[in-house]
Design a binder for this molecule. Sequence first.
Ligand SMILES: Nc1nc2c(ncn2[C@@H]2O[C@H](COP(=O)(O)OP(=O)(O)OP(=O)(O)O)[C@@H](O)[C@H]2O)c(=O)[nH]1
Ligand SMILES: [Mg+2]
Length: 585
Amino acid sequence: MDLDEYRIKARGMLTGHRASIRQYSVLVDNAPHWLPGESLREESQTAIEQIDRLQERLDRKLIITLIGPTGAGKSTLLNALVQSDQLSPSGVHRPTTKEIVVACQAKQDADVILGHIKSAAVSIQTGPLDETLEHVILVDTPDMDSTESEAHRPLLESILDITDVLICVLNAENPKRRDTLDFLKQFVSLYPGGLCFVVVNRCDRLPADELKATIIPDIKQHLQAAWQKPITDLFCISARSHLNNPSWAEDEKPLHAYDEFTKLRQSIFNWLNQGRTVLDARVGRADHLVKLIQTAARSRVAEIDKELHQIKEDIIALESKAHAVAAEAWRDAGTDGLIGIQAMFYQKLANRWWGPIGWMIALWARFLMTGTGMVAALRIGNPILQLWGVLSSFVRFRKSKEAVANAASGGDVEPIADHYRLILQQNWPDIAEKLIQLGFSPSIRKSSMILPQDNPLGERLSVSWKTTLEEVMQRRTTAISGFLLQLIFNLPTLVLMGLFAYQSVTSFLLQKTLLSGYFLHATISIVLVWILSFVLLQIIIRFVGGKNMVRKVFSKLIHRFTTGESQLTHIAIVDEIDTILQIGA
Ligand SMILES: Nc1nc2c(ncn2[C@@H]2O[C@H](COP(=O)(O)OP(=O)(O)OP(=O)(O)O)[C@@H](O)[C@H]2O)c(=O)[nH]1
Ligand SMILES: [Mg+2]
């Protein structure tokens, strides 16, 4: 793979990294009441901006920045690295460096820095630099601890914003200064191992064996504790010894020759000064940023994970309870839709039953639907009464339709929904306080937080009622529509009808005259048997499909709510809790 291909690949990887971080911003947006999410959102935003900048400068040179307290020897080290003693002035006056000094091969290499730092305090040095700076730019910075450090900080922050590799230069004689380490910590944490070097300079001032045996291990340990990260690349050097002309005074001469400068130089130029490493470094930094955000997110959630799970369970249990209480109140209030329920039941049976009893059921279902007015219209008599009958049948029909609709939906359930809301509202304050302790905003105290946000509860209760009623009714319809039962109830009427038909036909064929009252009696007998069978069946239907069925529907409904079998309401705060748990996953 050539460098261009590799660059495209790196670009794609950075896009992937950015998406991973953006995911956190999106999740945090879905948990607006969780306060720690705010800082996580900001951190994610900063990380995304940094990756944006990494991507912008994928084809630019790697920026290596030297940073550290005044007098540590940053400028001296830069000069030693590029073998040019005067490139960045060093000196005994503290502070010496007051601007950003950029060492690069060609002036345009520094465009990325000039484009980012809108300040006159940048000096570009292209000096006699050779291929050492083919893929990298070295940057010397002003200190962050002298009397002038306040003025330096904005400059430092700007350059660190676009830095790829960080070199922290510490003074071996005073390496553990707390303010220095605290200041560096915020930047050091943004760089993975391999892209963050620690240089302990002026080692020539301390005895070699002490350095090796105690001083350096001690510094390493101290830094690890202060920065809370493993220190992988630490170099013990004497920068001044590597100037072309160190011009030591007699009393300043190095105490020994122990020095890791060559190793440091090799690390920087041999390894970092390669095109691929430059790209890898940027992808590596993005990688590190993703991990930082992940760790930050996880650690925030890990602290509250168990409690959050518990609260979620509590809310779900509370919701089931509220549902069940509402359903019980509903049952106790009773439903006025009994006529409607019966009409529905007869309609269902009419579809299943055959024979004379089937016709009767269909007729009865129709009668229950349209009401008695229509029957009155069929009566012979006073035409005014007949007219009244027709009119009232319409009124009754509308009422019956309403009754059926009521039965199908469970009637007016809104007052019942109040019971549900009350239970939730009464229990919310305790839960809300627990959530506030876990970092939720105090604004969640308002009871609207626990109330369902989706379709009104009444509508949902109606739907639950409808499906449960439908199920129970279907089962009962099947139970009393068996073939044998239909046969038993139809048989008496059918046998009589058959007998009557047989006698009529045979007497007609044999030309025998039947007695004058025969037809009347036969018809009356058939009708009576027919009606009687139907009335018997009605008793069964009344038992199976009356109040008993309504009770069954309610008990099933309540069971569903209490066991959580029925679909739970969409409660926004539960969604937020889920989102937070997802952030920590
Ligand atoms: N003995 C010794 N002196 C050094 C070494 N490196 C730098 N110095 C001296 O330390 C003093 C400060 O060096 P600078 O390079 O100016 O330090 P700096 O970190 O750039 O300081 P500021 O620019 O003020 O932030 C100078 O007098 C250097 O000659 C070293 O390795 N050994
Ligand atoms: Mg300096």
